[in-house]
Ligand binder design. Structure first.
Ligand code: NAD
Length: 253
């Protein structure tokens, strides 16, 4: 695992109660940053993980809020920046498949308007909302945005066509914001493949085995495998902007 000196840096990670976001929050804090951990209001996992990392001596605080809700997202982001005393890193990681099982891509009727709306609002507009509320603070600190996309955004596969489209949009937004906010703020993304996390969409066991079987490195990625990429793009990589770093064990190679 790489290490970067983040002493004095301030980080907001969305979707940080679990999986990649939790691993990123812990990694940034272990490297010296003060970290605001966002997740959905009422998610008991958020308070539990903030308390656990705090007990371990890390400088973390809770920033509950729904990034899929415009007003709540603005309130959460502004409050987190105020609590942190500024912002150096915005990690837009919160995401949802909005389905407990994959939606067959050929069954166009199965993907309803509500599912489209929730997926786009959380996965695509959410990062834009957070960026909009954070941009002044990030310009002041010459800060960094890192978005969690997905290889689904490159291949069109994944839990649903809407999910893949949301992540393709986020890859495009990463490029667009990188140009718009340069040279003050760098904007990059990671695109995970299979993730060993409590992600709410589950594949049937036999399909899951087949999916893992297509990964050249022979396993799902751990949240820490992805958090390391986020740390690299935020804490190093001074000449990298507008890029999406694929981390997938070779799945799309
Ligand atoms: N799990 C996968 O297979 C996979 C693959 C590629 C990319 N990703 C992406 O990685 C990111 C993290 O996923 P993960 O695998 O760690 O899953 P996870 O379920 O462990 O973590 C996602 C977290 O985001 C939170 N969240 C969901 N909606 C939110 C909202 N509206 N506001 C605030 N928080 C919200 C959840 O409560 C959860 O704690 C997501 O953006 C996801 O799309 C996941």
């Amino acid at each position: 695992m790489i290490g970067v000196d983040l002493a004095g840096k301030r980080t907001l990670v969305t979707g940080a109660a679990s999986g990649i976001g939790l691993a990123a929050a812990a990694l940034f804090a272990r490297n010296g940053a003060r970290v605001a951990m966002n997740d959905l209001p009422g998610n008991p996992g958020l308070d539990r993980e903030v308390a656990r990392l705090g007990d371990a001596g890390l400088d973390v605080l809770a920033a509950p809020g729904d990034v899929g809700d415009g007003e709540d997202c603005r309130r959460m982001t502004e409050r987190a920046i105020s609590d942190l005393g500024g912002l150096d890193h915005l990690v837009n990681n919160a995401g949802t498949p909005a389905t407990a099982s994959p939606v067959p891509p050929a069954d166009l009727e199965a993907l309803g308007e509500d599912t489209w709306d929730r997926i786009l609002s959380v996965n695509l507009v959410g990062p834009y909302r957070c960026a909009r509320s954070a941009v002044a603070a990030l310009r002041r600190s010459k800060g960094v945005i890192v978005n969690t996309c997905s290889v689904a955004g490159l291949t069109g596969a994944g839990s649903s066509t809407a999910y893949a489209a949301s992540k393709a949009g986020l890859i495009a937004m990463t490029r667009g914001l990188a140009k718009a906010l340069a040279p003050d703020v760098r904007v990059n993304a990671v695109a995970p493949g299979l993730v060993d996390s409590p992600w709410e969409c589950r594949w049937p066991d036999d399909e899951e085995d087949a999916r893992i079987g297509r990964v050249p490195l022979g396993r799902k990625g751990l949240p820490e495998d992805y958090a390391e990429g986020v740390l690299f793009l935020a804490g190093a990589g001074a000449y990298i902007t507008g890029q999406t770093l694929v981390i997938d064990g070779g799945l799309t190679a």
